[in-house]
Write a protein that binds this ligand. Structure first.
Ligand SMILES: NC(=O)c1ccc[n+]([C@@H]2O[C@H](COP(=O)([O-])OP(=O)(O)OC[C@H]3O[C@@H](n4cnc5c(N)ncnc54)[C@H](OP(=O)(O)O)[C@@H]3O)[C@@H](O)[C@H]2O)c1
Length: 268
């Protein structure tokens, strides 16, 4: 077994489904590791120590607050580690795993359908003095593994928390936006399934259009919103309801007013 996932929750499941290969799993006792291994293939290790013993590459998918406890279970092994833990800095990871090479990534759950965004803390930040291969090699390994499940974007480590607050949270935010639009449609007596189909299609097509236009949001908006038309009225209603302020406040809520979170202990 080449790759092991410590933690078998939402992010581990999304990654395992996206990678679709046999993996080794552990959990904190819930049995989710067994369910995941049964679904995607692979096995459950009896402990984190056994997992680390058997795997060339270990992906940390537990909660940020469990960092030191899990590191204590694994001990001083020479390891290649990839962390998805929100708010856990490379410095903290290196202190917890003094003999390991570490790379930090921040995926979102769209990795499950191989359309994730995966922020990779810049290679310059990767450890180069650990055991095994050079840090750059681990970063390259992480890059090629995560490119299989989405778009990898290099991000300086100091911006990782902000990146989390943009792409990490995106599936949740857009699910909320979609839900609100479906509810508004149903409130106007549109059948639920039809509303869901139209909202899902609208989101997917609009995302592709924005990407194709290099995120020319104004251009895409004005092409739909002809003067005096219905879209102009809808956009004005969204503006006056405070959609921009809502996203501003959400950003503040995640990273704080200063731009970076103070502890990141809540994970994502
Ligand atoms: N969810 C996201 O969208 C997202 C996005 C980016 C990054 N992340 C990061 O991904 C990590 C996991 O988040 P999540 O949403 O997947 O959380 P989650 O669903 O709560 O899963 C956490 C997993 O860790 C397991 N665990 C707890 N203690 C453990 C231990 N000592 N040894 C092994 N496994 C242990 C839990 O076990 P049980 O099943 O037994 O409870 C559970 O399977 C977090 O660090 C978060 O910051 C998440």
């Amino acid at each position: 077994m080449e790759v092991g996932l410590i933690g078998a929750g939402n992010m581990a499941r999304a990654l395992a489904r996206g990678w679709a290969e046999p993996l080794l799993f552990t959990d904190g006792g819930s049995g989710r590791a067994r369910a995941l291994a049964a679904e995607v293939g692979g096995e459950v290790a009896s402990s984190n120590a056994e997992l680390a013993e058997r795997c060339r590459l270990v992906v940390l998918c537990h909660k940020p607050a469990q960092t030191e406890q899990v590191a204590g279970e694994i001990g001083d092994r020479t390891l290649m580690l990839i962390s998805v833990l929100a708010g856990v800095t490379l410095e903290r990871l290196r202190a917890a795993y003094p003999a390991a090479e570490v790379v930090r990534v921040m995926p979102n759950t769209a990795v499950e359908v191989r359309q994730g965004v995966i922020c990779l803390a810049s290679e310059g930040d990767a450890r180069t003095d650990g055991g095994g291969a050079e840090g750059g090699d681990l970063a390259a390994l992480a890059r090629s593994r995560f490119e299989r499940v989405g778009k990898v974007v290099d991000v300086p480590e100091r911006l990782m928390e902000l990146a989390t607050a943009i792409s990490g949270v995106a599936p949740a935010y857009l699910a909320l936006v979609a839900e609100a639009q479906v509810e508004a449609a149903v409130g106007h007596r549109v059948p639920l399934e039809l509303a869901r189909q139209l909202v899902a299609g609208g989101l997917a097509g609009s995302a592709a259009l924005l990407a194709a236009r290099g995120m020319d949001t104004l251009g895409v908006r004005t092409e739909v919103a002809s003067p005096g038309g219905v879209t102009v009225r809808g956009l004005a209603a969204l503006e006056s309801a405070g959609v921009r302020r809502a996203f501003d406040e959400a950003m503040d809520a995640v990273v704080g007013k200063q731009g970076v979170s103070s502890d990141g202990e809540d994970g994502s």
